[in-house]
Design a protein around this ligand. Structure first.
Ligand SMILES: Nc1ncnc2c1ncn2[C@@H]1O[C@H](COP(=O)(O)OP(=O)(O)OP(=O)(O)O)[C@@H](O)[C@H]1O
Ligand SMILES: [Mg+2]
Length: 226
C-alpha cells in the first residue's frame, strides 16, 4: 500500500551560520491512509515546523517527501498551492477564522476558492453545520462564539472539501477538557467516515492517547514511536 504521506530524512534549519537553529534533523516516517497520528514533544521540539512542511506551508532544506507516492520536492509554487487547497485541511490552535465572515461563510470559503457550484456548496455546508451542532450559529460572527464553537467551525472548515490529509496544530490548546473531548470525537468521526489521514501535534495526553500511533520529537529528532 502506498503511504498517504511519506518523509525521508527531512531537515529544516532557521537562521544562518552562528545563529542557525536545527528545527528538524533527518525526520523519516510514513502516515498511512486513514491513520490518526499524534506528534508529541516539548515546546521547541519541532512539531509546528514538521506540520508546516507536511502541509506544504513551508519547504524542507533537504530530504524527500511524497504524497500518495508523488514527490513533493519538485512541485512549483503554483502546484504546491493547488495541492494544498485541494488535498489538505488545517485546524489551528487559535482557529484563525475570518472575523468579518459568518460561521456559514467561514465554512464555505475553501469550496468557494476551489470554484465549486453554489448549490453544491450549500448542500455540503448545511450537512456539516448539522453534524457539528452549529445550525443555530450559522449567521454569527466568530467573535460571537464560544471557544468550543469556534473550534467546531475550524474543524468544519478543514473538512468541508473532504481533504485526504488533515493537519491539526494543538487543536485543543485553547479549550477546556470538555470542549477538547468533543472536538477530538468529531475529528475521529470524520476520520472514520471519510478516511482522511490526520496528523495532530499536541501536548495533551488525552488527545495523544486517542490516536492510533504517536511520534515523539525531541530537539528536532524522532525520539520514539509507539
Ligand atoms: N520562524 C522561525 N525563525 C527562527 N526559529 C524558529 C522559527 N520557527 C521556529 N523556530 C525554532 O525552531 C525550533 C522548533 O520550533 P517549533 O515551532 O517547530 O516547535 P514546537 O514543537 O511547535 O513548539 P511549541 O510546542 O512551543 O509550539 C525552535 O527552536 C524554535 O525556536
Ligand atoms: Mg508549535
Amino acid at each position: 500500500m502506498t503511504a498517504r504521506l511519506s518523509l525521508d530524512a527531512i531537515c529544516k534549519h532557521y537562521g544562518k551560520d552562528d545563529n542557525s537553529v536545527t528545527a528538524l534533523a533527518e525526520i523519516t516516517f510514513s502516515l498511512n491512509a486513514g491513520e490518526f497520528l499524534a506528534i508529541e514533544g516539548p515546546s521547541g521540539s519541532g512539531k509546528s515546523t514538521l506540520l508546516n512542511i507536511c502541509g506544504l506551508i513551508d519547504a524542507p532544506d533537504s530530504g524527500c517527501y511524497y504524497f500518495n507516492g508523488k514527490p513533493l520536492n519538485q512541485l512549483s509554487a503554483r502546484e504546491r498551492c493547488a495541492y494544498r487547497r485541494r488535498e489538505i485541511g488545517f485546524i489551528f490552535q487559535r482557529h484563525q477564522l475570518i472575523p468579518a465572515m459568518t460561521v456559514y461563510e467561514n465554512i464555505a470559503y475553501p469550496l468557494l476558492l476551489n470554484g465549486e457550484r453554489p448549490q453544491q456548496i450549500r448542500h455540503e455546508v448545511e450537512q456539516l453545520l448539522t453534524q457539528m451542532g452549529l445550525e443555530q450559529r450559522r449567521q454569527q460572527l466568530p467573535q460571537q462564539l464560544s471557544g468550543g464553537e469556534r473550534q467546531r467551525v475550524g474543524i468544519a472548515r478543514a473538512l468541508i472539501k473532504r481533504p485526504q490529509l488533515v493537519i491539526a496544530d494543538e487543536p485543543s490548546a485553547s479549550l477546556d477538557h470538555q470542549h477538547a473531548h468533543t472536538g477530538l470525537q468529531l475529528m475521529r468521526e470524520l476520520n472514520r467516515q471519510y478516511g482522511a489521514s490526520f496528523l495532530i501535534a499536541s501536548h495533551d495526553p488525552f488527545v495523544i492517547n486517542h490516536c492510533d500511533r504517536k511520534i515523539s520529537l525531541l530537539d528536532g529528532r524522532i525520539e520514539a514511536t509507539a
